[in-house]
Design a protein around this ligand. Structure first.
Ligand code: DAT
Ligand code: MG
Length: 151
């Protein structure tokens, strides 16, 4: 099934800069459905688990400090190819390489302040959603416009 969930997060810089609304709008406007959302202050341990794959990188400690420096807006978006399309809405990891029209290409300059996170594979989306959300925090609903978005 290509209709999947992706874990999308607005990082502390995005929250501080008032970008929650604009970032949510991009996913809503595209036709994706919000099924989970909350503001969280993740612990160091939680962030180290989220970014476990990057533990050996030189920038790891800085990344964990940055991600723990303020509230994060954690979200689950559902829709066709949500993981792949979500990544294209975010843009490249390094904002300087992100096309205008993407979130990072429009709102960021530094790789260490790139305002948003998005799962990179369907498997990782499942892991990240399980790490950030309880089952009871995930909604199942049909938007009124569903049949105007999907053929
Ligand atoms: P992405 O967030 O696009 O999935 P990633 O998983 O490779 O990218 O890295 C996670 C985050 O770590 C990324 O959003 C910003 C930071 N990061 C990645 N590469 C970096 C680098 N070379 N220098 C500093 N921070 C980096
Ligand atoms: Mg990643």
């Amino acid at each position: 099934d290509d209709c999947v969930h992706s874990f999308i997060a607005i990082k502390p810089d995005g929250v501080q800069r008032g970008l929650i609304g604009p970032i949510i709008s991009r996913f809503e406007n595209r036709g994706f459905k919000l099924v989970g959302i909350k503001l969280v202050s993740p612990s160091k341990k939680h962030l180290e688990e989220h970014y476990a794959d990057l533990a050996e990188k030189s920038f790891f400690q800085g990344l964990i400090a940055y991600m723990g420096s303020g509230p994060v807006c954690a979200m689950i978006w559902e829709g066709r190819d949500a993981v792949k399309t979500g990544r294209s809405i975010l843009g490249a990891t390094n904002p300087l390489a992100s096309a205008p029209g993407t979130i990072r290409g429009d709102f960021a300059l530094d790789v260490g302040r790139n305002v948003c996170h998005g799962s990179d594979t369907v498997d990782n989306a499942k892991k990240e959603i399980a790490l950030w959300f309880e089952e009871t925090e995930i909604q199942s609903w049909k938007p009124a416009a569903f049949d105007w978005v999907y053929e």
